[in-house]
Write a protein that binds this ligand. Structure first.
Ligand SMILES: *[C@@H]1O[C@H](CO)[C@@H](O)[C@H](O)[C@H]1NC(C)=O
Ligand SMILES: *[C@@H]1O[C@H](CO)[C@@H](O)[C@H](O)[C@H]1NC(C)=O
Ligand SMILES: *[C@@H]1O[C@H](CO)[C@@H](O)[C@H](O)[C@H]1NC(C)=O
Ligand SMILES: *[C@@H]1O[C@H](CO)[C@@H](O)[C@H](O)[C@H]1NC(C)=O
Length: 195
């Protein structure tokens, strides 16, 4: 009798955490499936969402940096309250304070103006603009170059197979991604601590 119970109860007990895991995974994936297309487009990556759920610290902000992006051409990138992307030489311009958030592993980030609440975005033509609701236009590949400057290339769009970079020319105006080059000073940014 006792042996019978063991052979029945034990596997059942072992089974419960297994079922529970299945249930949890189901909840997570249906949470993803329930998202509207707008939310899905908003680079909420379901697989990374699941990963993040396991690591509370990660969610709490170890992947979020508050920075100013200072271009090697001596301009701070800023996004004004209408969503226009420009350069400023005023170190006190609070619109140049940006939130750089890791979206997926592999150095893909989203960059948001803290005050304007616009995301930095690049469209297919390589035009930089501000976007209220983030989509793939807002995903940039952040790379540390040998000279310690970072480059930010559109993670979505390329031009003739070449990457298109966030860049500010010598006058502080955005350069079309199609004309930007990884080697050019205009594509090099120092992420500075925002005080
Ligand atoms: C979502 O994340 C997975 C795994 O990291 C990756 O393979 C996939 O390309 C990502 N999708 C988007 C839209 O970023
Ligand atoms: C920026 O702010 C600091 C401290 O408030 C001030 O000393 C400095 O003159 C300001 N610079 C400009 C360019 O406005
Ligand atoms: C990119 O933006 C520019 C300026 O707003 C616009 O003229 C161009 O048509 C856009 N390109 C695409 C592919 O959306
Ligand atoms: C940008 O880089 C390209 C390729 O290295 C070079 O030919 C061009 O002169 C550079 N432009 C500027 C403005 O530095």
């Amino acid at each position: 009798m006792r042996k019978w119970i063991l052979t029945w109860i034990l596997p059942t007990l072992l089974y419960i955490p297994y079922l529970y895991t299945i249930f949890l995974l189901g909840t997570l994936s249906s949470a993803c499936n329930d998202m509207t297309t707008e939310q899905t487009a908003a680079n909420v990556n379901c697989s990374s969402l699941e990963r993040h759920t396991r690591s509370y610290e990660f969610m709490k902000g170890s992947d979020v940096r508050i920075r100013k992006l200072f271009c090697r051409t001596q301009w701070y990138l800023w996004i004004d309250k209408h969503g226009n992307v420009k350069g400023t030489q005023d170190p006190n311009n609070s619109y140049s304070i940006l939130e750089i958030r890791t979206v997926t592993v592999g150095g893909i980030v989203a960059i948001k103006g803290v005050k304007s609440e616009y995301f930095l975005a690049m469209n297919k033509s390589g035009k930089l603009y501000g976007k209220k609701f983030c989509n793939e236009d807002c995903n940039f590949r952040e790379l540390i170059q040998e000279n310690k400057y970072n480059t930010y290339a559109s993670a979505k769009w390329t031009h003739n197979g070449g990457e298109m970079f966030v860049a500010l020319n010598n006058k502080g105006l955005p350069i079309k991604g199609k004309k930007s080059k990884k080697e050019n000073r205009s594509s090099h940014f120092l992420p500075l601590q925002a005080s």
